[in-house]
Design a protein around this ligand. Structure first.
Ligand code: R5P
Length: 306
């Protein structure tokens, strides 16, 4: 039986600590520093010989830095003797560029880079599109956040409620919430004219007089939610609220959503950020620990250290 240990990167140290505690495993320190030229310097002093290593490092902004640090940590862990390396990436960046359209298939490339860095398995939460699971060359686990988030909103779901997808890509996710809460479903279709610029195109579904909850995987500029909120209020929605898994929240995003009339905002702490009085945060550590424990106890004995 291989012992499982955890190494936290620099993206979300508190989550690393909470996960190690919830799993009851040892956290191995990794020194992460920067050379004067901007290169990242990693040092792992302990031997990891024969160990199953969880590296907790999502790719929240700055995504390029986080990915490179994760790759370096994995290579250092392998060099220190790790038998199996699982990257725990609560937020997996680069997942939105998933059609060629003259550009890269960035999620597939990021996954291949991680495989080249000797990562054997990736565990992530609510990947932008489930179809991307097949782009990973290594085994991966894409956890849905439904069971984590539904308890936070169940009490709101009365007769006048509706779940709304803010774009066609998010329809299946929103549909899962509508089915679980037994509420009507609507969708605002979206056009994206540039990287961070989108506009609502059409609203499908009856939201008049309803309290609407927009469900999305992530918010970056807040434009998608703000545009959907404006379309819903124009169509006679009584209230608009938002729930999303990953609070990337670029500067101005919160104000943009608020200005568009979004009232309650519920998200998770998949990305490290300071508390904000306007944002309700559901902690992911215990949920993630349970999923990792299940994952590892159902994995082959060679990596089953829990
Ligand atoms: C895109 O399809 C995603 O699901 C989100 O809707 C989008 O990334 C949110 O970005 P922003 O907040 O910048 O509109």
């Amino acid at each position: 039986m291989h012992e499982t240990v955890l190494i936290s990167g620099d993206a979300h140290p508190r989550l690393g600590r909470d996960l190690a505690h919830a799993l009851g495993i040892v956290q191995i320190p990794a020194a992460i520093a920067a050379f004067a030229d901007g290169e990242t310097r990693i040092r792992i002093a302990d031997s990891l010989h024969g160990k199953h290593v969880l590296i907790v490092q999502g790719s929240a902004p700055p995504a390029n830095e986080r990915l490179m640090t994760l790759s370096l940590l994995a290579d250092a862990a392998r060099g220190a003797g790790a038998a199996h390396i699982c990257a725990v990436m609560p937020y997996f960046a680069y997942a939105r560029q998933d059609v060629r359209d003259g550009g890269p298939l960035s999620a597939a490339l990021a996954a291949r880079l991680l495989a080249a860095a000797s990562i054997d398995r990736v565990v992530t939460l609510e990947l932008h599109a489930a179809a991307l699971e097949s782009a990973f060359p290594m085994p991966m686990l894409n956890l849905r956040a439904d069971a984590l988030l539904l308890p936070a909103i169940e009490a709101w779901a009365r007769d006048d409620f509706a779940i709304v997808a803010p774009d066609a890509g998010g329809l299946k996710r929103a549909q899962r919430y509508a089915i679980a809460l037994k509420t009507p479903l609507a969708v605002v279709t979206k056009c994206r004219s540039a990287a961070d610029i989108s506009a609502a195109h059409a609203l499908l579904g009856d939201v008049k007089g309803r309290r609407c909850l927009i469900v999305d995987d992530m918010v970056s500029t807040g434009g998608t939610i703000a545009n959907a909120a404006a379309a819903l209020l124009t169509a006679g929605a009584a209230e608009v609220h938002a729930l999303f898994v990953h609070a990337v929240l670029a500067p101005g995003a919160l104000a943009r959503m608020r200005a568009a009339g979004v009232r309650r905002i519920v998200t998770t702490d998949s990305i490290a950020r300071d508390p904000h009085p306007d944002i309700e945060v559901v902690a992911i550590a215990r949920f993630l620990a349970q999923a990792l424990r299940r994952d590892m106890t159902s994995a082959p004995a060679a990596i089953n250290g829990l």
